[in-house]
Design a binder for this molecule. Structure first.
Ligand code: GLA
Length: 382
């Protein structure tokens, strides 16, 4: 539907047939705040997406229409140094990465739109960066591999956000597969898919719609705190380059040398990496309930050790856990508060949504939004 509407809008405006590219948002089942420590993550692409209809226009100008926002920008490729705050910055960021890599971008016309809620932890901006990087690659015949598209989009994100972002979001948007999640090793970029067919369960996101953001400065702070821990360990072990290389035994042994906050941050990351690996083993055995237990543990780690949660997310997670209608629940947001992810027993689906919405209203006076997500393919031409 969305793709049809956007295509029709493009044709009515530009009177030619566009290239249509779809790039999805992502969920991360487990492995939170591990990617930028060279650790493991277990994400998947979802059925919420950005659709980009685009065509060359044979001049030096770019005309872009944001279909849902009813906004547009026009700029000349010879002047990319302007910053147009908001969505245009992501597109300019991607164009600049192509140019930095010596790859030509010519003028284009574009209509894009999407249905990924923003700022709730579903990586709408990564979907957008990847949609445009993938489109430019096809349109201007640059022959980039998927991995190169991921890296380029990730660079663009880091430039725009002003903080070095982990690679998970772009990787998941581009490389996701329907009904599969994948374990990505953020150190080596090796990845392995696992079937994730939820016959008896559904993935439901509970969105408080609050923007309790872990601001960029906090993201940088956590990174620095962990680096401090790594520096202490490096005095003792020559093979440690990041927290990915650290065992819980090593960490505990050198606890007295660290201030308590540094120890807690590092402990969370080391344990979370282990949880991802445990979850892969549980999946291989078909033990989804065991998998869900690990998600509960992740939430506790994010709450008490990494300290990136907030009272609303803690409430939602605890409420879901106590309801017995889920097998796993945790906050999913990285920097942008708002959502918990829940693996809900299918027989309680409607009841769960009502229960959570009522509790949220009664206890927090917040109108909860819920999203049912399916696991879908990554970025592609339609
Ligand atoms: C944000 C970043 C990701 C990741 C998560 C936390 O979403 O963009 O790379 O670090 O936070 O897991």
């Amino acid at each position: 539907m969305l793709a049809e509407d956007i295509k029709n809008k493009f044709i009515s405006l530009f009177n030619k047939n566009p290239l249509i590219v779809r790039s999805p948002g992502r969920i991360n089942l487990i492995g939170e705040h591990t990617d930028y420590h060279g650790g493991y993550v277990l994400p998947a692409a979802i059925d919420m997406e950005i659709i980009c209809a685009i065509s060359t226009n044979y001049n030096n100008k770019c005309k872009i229409i944001a279909y849902d926002l009813k906004e547009s920008v026009e700029f000349d490729l010879s002047n990319l140094d302007q910053s147009v705050k908001g969505w245009p910055d992501y597109i300019l960021g991607v164009i600049k990465q192509f140019k930095n890599g010596g790859m030509e971008i010519k003028g284009f016309d574009c209509v894009f739109g999407g249905n990924i809620p923003q700022g709730v932890g579903l990586s709408s901006s990564a979907a957008m960066e990847c949609a445009f990087a993938y489109s430019f690659n096809m349109l201007f015949e640059h022959d980039l591999s998927n991995l190169e598209i991921v890296k380029l989009s990730n660079e663009a994100a880091s430039e725009v956000e002003g903080v070095k972002c982990g690679i998970m979001d772009q990787f998941a948007s581009v490389n996701g597969k329907a009904n599969q999640i994948f374990r990505l090793d953020c150190k080596t970029l090796e990845y392995e898919y696992f079937n994730f067919v939820l016959e008896d369960y559904r993935v439901v996101l509970c969105d408080t719609q609050l923007k309790h953001s872990l601001a960029s400065s906090d993201y940088i702070k956590r990174r620095n705190e962990c680096d401090e821990g790594v520096a202490i360990l490096q005095k003792h072990y020559s093979n440690i380059h990041s927290l990915r290389d650290v065992t819980i035994g090593q960490l505990k042994q050198h606890r007295p040398e660290m201030n308590p906050a540094i120890f807690k941050r590092c402990k969370y990351v080391v344990e979370e990496n282990d949880r991802v690996l445990d979850c892969c083993n549980l999946l291989k055995k078909g033990d989804l309930e065991g998998f869900g237990e690990k998600m509960f543990e992740t939430h506790d780690g994010l709450r008490w050790d990494y300290e990136v949660s907030c009272k609303e997310l803690d409430f939602l997670q605890a409420e879901a856990k106590m309801s017995n209608m889920v097998i796993g629940a945790r906050m999913i947001s990285g920097r942008s508060g708002g959502c918990t992810i829940n693996i809900v027993k299918i027989e309680y689906l409607d009841q769960f949504v009502k229960y959570m919405s009522d509790s949220c209203k009664n206890e927090l006076n917040l109108d909860l939004k819920t999203y049912h997500v399916k696991i879908e393919n990554g970025t592609s031409k339609l």
